[in-house]
Write a protein of this length. Structure first.
Length: 423
């Protein structure tokens, strides 16, 4: 057996050229027989890509394909073996016929298959024959941008005001149906960590639908990809409210008690000026405007740029005057003084008696005698005219340590005569 194998191998070595020539002749004969005996064959080509090119009409009317085209086409072709044997899906393309598209909607469009090469073939079958496309009008719509900074941390004593963005609006271009789904657009700051001063940061732009889900689509085009988020940081402080009262000379300021409600509020300032504030002055009241058992309301006004974090827009002053009363007195002309008369006028008092109201503790308002209450008319700076004229009179109670005061505003009538130029 061993000798047989050795003899066979030796024959191969001696005749290898003859064997190769025989193989080549056999292969050539097979090709010739295939072509001559079976000249025409059929072949299936699968996974041919689909192309959909917009018509001029669609372009002019802003009509666009809004669904993804991920479908492929399979075909069966017939041709000469030597023409079609090497053809595959890369040698064909399927074209969608969009000539019937005239408005937004869904269309089953016809598919046609074309060869990219010049090989001669016959198309026997195409599957599928149509393609479902969703067509929509492309529009541009402007949306406000909501700025957020969810990842910042504020140390104690600091306050973050409303976050703003630059720009404040953004334009989105896409299909009308998709833009109708947009509820809001958020610019979320990329800043993380502690923040103690106003800062401008980059942002991530997020589009939300009405149900709160994110809308992510490469078919939506934004007018800008860069939105700056402005984070205003304020210093905050709690300050007591302070009231200023104009007391007349001789009045005992400690005798009048009152309460302010609220007695303090929390405010925020965009700078360090708040550090030098120990109280917030809510305004000035004349003692003559205060009546027993009443409340006074004053608006709480802050400096420009400050924020009222407590939300109280006014303060109520409650006067502690449970045992106070009112009593009218008559001030006669002997106790009404005219001051500041211009050199070129003679002025006389027409009013002979002035009725005034005195406010104070009930056990004290009855104890005033004639002459304890006086009125003063100051003409300095007043434009006089010849004849009768009503002017303001300041009424006060004489003495020091007074716990009563005159309530109200008063006028008296004067008569002015202009002097001759010669004197």
């Amino acid at each position: 057996m061993k000798n047989v194998i050795l003899n066979f191998l030796n024959d191969l070595k001696r005749n290898y050229k003859t064997l190769i020539l025989a193989f080549l002749l056999s292969f050539t004969l097979w090709i010739v027989v295939s072509i001559q005996v079976f000249p025409t064959v059929e072949k299936e080509v699968n996974n041919i890509a689909v192309e959909a090119h917009l018509t001029d009409y669609m372009i002019q009317n802003n009509l666009q394909i809004v669904n993804d085209i991920d479908q492929t086409v399979n075909v069966k072709i017939q041709g000469k073996r030597y023409d079609i044997s090497r053809l595959d899906s890369q040698d064909f393309y399927a074209a969608a016929d969009l000539s019937e598209v005239t408005s937004a909607g869904k269309y089953n469009v016809t598919l046609e298959v074309f060869a990219k090469t010049n090989e001669d073939y016959t198309l026997l079958e195409i599957e599928p024959k149509t393609l479902l496309l969703e067509i929509d009008k492309i529009i541009t719509k402007e949306f406000p941008i909501t700025g957020t900074a969810p990842d910042i941390s504020l140390p104690e004593g600091f306050y973050a005001d409303d976050v703003t963005t630059s720009p404040e609006t953004i334009s989105v271009t896409g299909s009308a149906s998709m833009l109708d789904k947009i509820d809001r657009i958020e610019a979320r700051s990329t800043f993380h960590g502690d923040i103690m001063e106003s800062t401008q940061t980059n942002s991530e732009i997020i589009i939300y639908g009405s149900n709160g889900t994110k809308i992510v689509s490469d078919k939506l085009k934004l007018s800008t990809e860069i939105v700056t988020v402005n984070i205003p940081i304020f210093k905050q402080k709690e300050l007591p409210l302070k009231l200023t009262i104009n007391y007349p000379s001789g009045f005992d300021a400690d005798s009048l008690k009152y309460e302010i409600s609220p007695d303090k509020i929390t405010i925020a300032a965009p700078d360090n000026t708040i550090d030098n504030q120990s109280a917030l002055d809510i305004g000035t009241i004349n003692l003559s405007d205060i009546t027993p058992n009443s409340n006074t309301y004053l608006p709480i006004v802050l400096p420009d740029g400050y924020k009222n974090l407590s939300g109280n827009n006014s303060a109520r002053i409650t006067w502690k005057t449970e045992n106070y009363g009112l009593l009218d007195y008559i001030v006669t002309s002997e106790n009404i003084e005219i001051k500041g008369t211009p050199d070129n006028y003679n002025v006389s008092l027409t009013t002979t008696a002035l009725t005034v109201t005195v406010t104070g503790p009930s056990d004290l308002i009855t104890g005033f005698a004639s002459g304890d209450i006086t009125a003063t008319v100051n003409l300095m700076g007043l434009t006089l005219r010849p004849g009768t004229q009503d002017v303001t009179a300041t009424v006060q109670i004489k003495g020091s340590g007074q716990k009563c005061w005159v309530t109200g505003d008063y006028k008296v009538t004067i008569y002015a005569v202009q002097k001759d130029e010669g004197g």
